[in-house]
Design a protein around this ligand. Structure first.
Ligand SMILES: Cc1ncc(COP(=O)(O)O)c(C=O)c1O
Length: 380
């Protein structure tokens, strides 16, 4: 059986062969505990610190400002709960957007039980947060602003530097979830001006279950994983050395190949867009036409149901739906809802996301599969 063409790189990425090669020794011979003071601990310890430097190199921060986590969700939890709890004597108000991943929105919702209040600023119909609205949402008791760098569903890239500059003027720390942007566009914590930034390894060709959190020097989020004091006390627990090494290598590759990588992603994404838009009527792009991840293409197919399209193409193309239809109800993703996309468009939304391994030949086959399926569904 021929495998479907993988166009869901925002869901997760395959491992880069260079990443596999880098982590292999730490799955085989170099198994020691980096905290061990004997010979077996030396290489793993050096490898963890080497990986930290590689991640720091990509983010343009100091190694000491990073700790490793199990991924994007955990990093967001550490950042938001950690800052909220450490600053609660100064206030209990958080500003975020209606557009965030559940790994931010659910954390804010959870914190309500601890007396925190969250203001969700809106996004426009292209998924952009207005920095002015963030400023208007700030209150004397605001202790954190958290807005994602790039959206996972439609790819819109937020004006984080402007938002961070506003928050800084008010003395409020800023967190950004960079799970989707890292490796696809430049992510420089100094240029962005953020104080905390979340990384998810499996979106940039490292394994699932590894991530990192950047915490600007001087900030002290409350820790909530207590134990033997690894990661300088920020996150106790014996380090996942092979996966940490993998994340380091993935970051090194992302930095090394970024300009060429971005051009490739954009060429593949635009070829797919052109092919589908030229072959069909009733197709609309979701998200910002320019300020968007170079790999992400969210398309609305008018008056169709996303799950029906996925059923038609599923053996040939792997993509993801922006809405789910159950019996006679349609549940539209909170992202499309926040953009006020009309239901007759939102319910037929598919997200295609291309990656490093995507080829022009795959894109041309995907265009043919998708256009044929959509025409068939319209005729049915
Ligand atoms: C924007 C964003 N944040 C956070 C996450 C969660 O990351 P992880 O799967 O590593 O927990 C994802 C994953 O889909 C994401 O897209």
């Amino acid at each position: 059986m021929v495998e479907p063409i993988y166009l869901d790189y925002n869901g997760t990425t395959p491992l880069d062969p260079e990443v596999i090669a880098a982590m292999r020794p730490f799955l085989e011979s170099d198994f020691g505990n980096p905290s061990s003071s004997h010979w077996y601990g030396i290489k793993p310890k050096q490898a963890v610190e080497g990986a930290r430097r590689q991640v720091a190199g990509l983010l343009n921060c100091r190694s000491e400002e990073l700790f490793f986590t199990s991924g994007g969700t955990e990093s967001n939890n550490h950042a938001i709960k950690g800052i909220a709890r450490s600053m609660k004597s100064q206030g209990r108000h958080i500003v975020t957007s209606a557009f965030e991943h559940p790994a931010v929105l659910e954390v804010c919702r959870y914190l309500a039980a601890e007396g925190f209040e969250t203001t969700c600023v809106s996004v426009d119909d292209q998924g952009m947060v207005d920095p002015g609205e963030v400023e208007r949402a700030l209150r004397p008791d605001t202790i954190l602003v958290t807005v994602m760098h790039a959206n996972n569903e439609v790819g819109t890239v937020q004006p984080i530097a402007e938002i961070a500059a506003i928050a800084r003027r008010h003395g409020i720390p800023v967190h950004t979830d960079a799970a989707q942007s890292l490796g696809k566009i430049p992510v420089d914590v100094q240029a962005l001006g953020v104080d905390l930034l979340s990384v998810a390894g499996h979106k940039l060709y490292a394994p699932k279950g590894i991530g990192a959190l950047y915490v600007r020097r001087g900030l002290q989020p409350e820790k909530f994983c207590h134990g033997a004091g690894q990661e300088r006390g920020w996150r106790a627990g014996t380090e996942n050395v092979p996966f940490i090494v993998a994340l380091g290598k993935a970051c090194e590759i992302a930095g090394r190949d970024l300009p060429a990588g971005m051009a490739h992603l954009q060429a593949m994404r635009d070829r797919l867009h052109r092919g589908i838009a030229d072959g069909l009527t009733g197709v609309r792009l979701n998200g910002h036409s320019e300020r968007r991840l170079p790999n992400t293409l969210s398309l609305a197919f008018h008056n169709l149901e996303a799950n029906r399209i996925l059923e038609e193409i599923g053996l040939d193309v792997a993509a993801s739906a922006g809405a789910a239809c159950h019996a006679d109800t349609v549940s539209i993703s909170h992202v499309l809802e926040a953009m006020h996309l009309p239901v007759d468009w939102a319910k037929g939304t598919l997200r295609f996301s291309v990656g490093r391994m995507t080829t022009a030949e795959q894109i041309d086959r995907a265009v043919s599969v998708v256009t044929t399926a959509v025409r068939r569904l319209h005729e049915a």
